[in-house]
Design a protein around this ligand. Structure first.
Ligand code: PLP
Length: 356
């Protein structure tokens, strides 16, 4: 089957096979990765290699730390304001959809003032909000931007002109699926469960000068502490980090992020071209803002949409139901989705259209 779920998502076949082969005994030790100590030399090697592979793949400069947290993107919605919104206690937000506004709610809940600088809510988030004028670091601790809006199906392919304010990027749904320049951000975060691994670990990349001792915040979200302890302040999610490490090696074998992005562009174009020609299915997103990884579409008839989803599942094309706030269908085309999976979806939709 092909799994089009928005996350947790499909993993590369060779990675599943390697996990299966290594599960009973890692590196001939007679112990499973599910059982090894996070204080062992073997795990040290796993976490350090994963970190280095992230550094290589994203060209992360030496003055950025790479940290592994639990708690998902949602945990980082709290960690970012707790660690970074310390001077002005005020952040700016581009309200591009559900997850952007959730990040704003979490910061506000922690006593930080959140200025929503622009929103496309009145346009049902079918296009991206932009800044009218650059922002100043004298007014805001940072600007929060969601690079890819998983539910609505939009993405910033070019980052907004933001002035000298620190940029915080929620890359949860296009982390290493689209190539961004790390130096444009002060902080990047995202759970791995869409493009990079199984649920359970969150990658945070933070510029050195933003990591400061902060008092009275939970240790589990404390950047300075995690830097000091090499992400092992407490027991890390050993298996999730191991499996993510295997996906990172797979990404390197594909040629790196430029090549991955090219394949992702090809996959997205295959589906969008079909949708744009179709007389039955429509994608309502402004063309320049369309996501490479999440493609919502609909027949504009909820009963027919349900029929498509069911018939697709019967053909092995799984999890195409759109998010409840948008309805219709959504195909998520993350890194591990092969081109032939998208081709199978297009062929299926074409046949369905012919029959209806
Ligand atoms: N941000 C975005 C863009 C997401 O798509 C999601 C989840 O789908 C989240 C944040 C929340 O992530 P998590 O479930 O890892 O907390």
């Amino acid at each position: 089957v092909y799994n089009f779920a928005a996350g947790p998502a499909t993993l590369p076949d060779p990675v599943i096979k390697q996990i299966q082969a290594e599960l009973p005994s890692l590196q001939g030790t007679g112990m499973s990765v599910l059982e090894i100590s996070h204080r062992s030399a073997m795990f040290d090697d796993i976490i350090n290699t994963a970190e280095q592979d992230i550094r290589d793949l994203m060209h992360v400069p030496a003055n950025y730390h790479i940290l592994f947290f639990q708690g998902g993107g949602t945990g980082q919605f709290a960690a970012a304001p707790l660690n970074l919104a310390t001077q002005h206690k005020r952040i700016a937000l581009l309200d591009s959809g559900h997850w952007a506004s959730r990040a704003g709610d979490e910061a506000a809940n922690l006593g930080v003032t959140v200025d929503t600088i622009a929103s496309t809510k009145d346009k049902h988030y079918q296009e991206l909000p932009h800044l009218d004028k650059p922002l100043s670091a004298e007014d805001y601790d940072y600007l929060h931007v969601t690079t890819n809006n998983t539910i609505e199906g939009t993405a910033y392919h070019t980052l907004p002109e933001h002035g000298d304010v620190t940029l915080v990027g929620d890359l949860s749904s296009n982390f290493m699926a689209e190539n961004y320049n790390v130096q444009d951000f002060g902080l990047i975060f995202g759970g791995v469960q869409k493009n990079l691994g199984p649920a359970g670990v969150t990658i945070t990349i933070v510029r050195d000068d933003l990591v400061k001792p902060v008092e009275h915040i939970p240790s589990i979200l404390n950047y300075a502490l995690f830097v000091k302890k090499n992400s092992m302040f407490n027991t890390p999610p050993v298996f999730a980090i191991y499996a993510t490490g295997l996906v990172l090696k797979w990404l390197k074998q594909q040629g790196g992020l430029a090549e991955i992005e090219e394949v992702n562009r090809k996959k997205a174009a295959l589906l969008y071209d079909f949708l744009d020609d179709s007389k039955l299915f429509t994608n309502y997103i402004k063309k320049s803002d369309r996501s490479l990884t999440n493609v919502p579409f609909t027949t504009d008839n909820p009963d027919l949409d349900t029929q498509v989803i069911q018939a697709a599942a019967d053909s092995g094309l799984m999890n195409l139901k759109g998010h409840r706030s948008v309805g219709g269908l959504r195909a998520s085309l993350y890194n591990a989705m092969p081109v032939k999976g998208v081709q199978a979806l297009v062929d299926f939709l074409h046949n369905f259209e012919t029959q209806h």
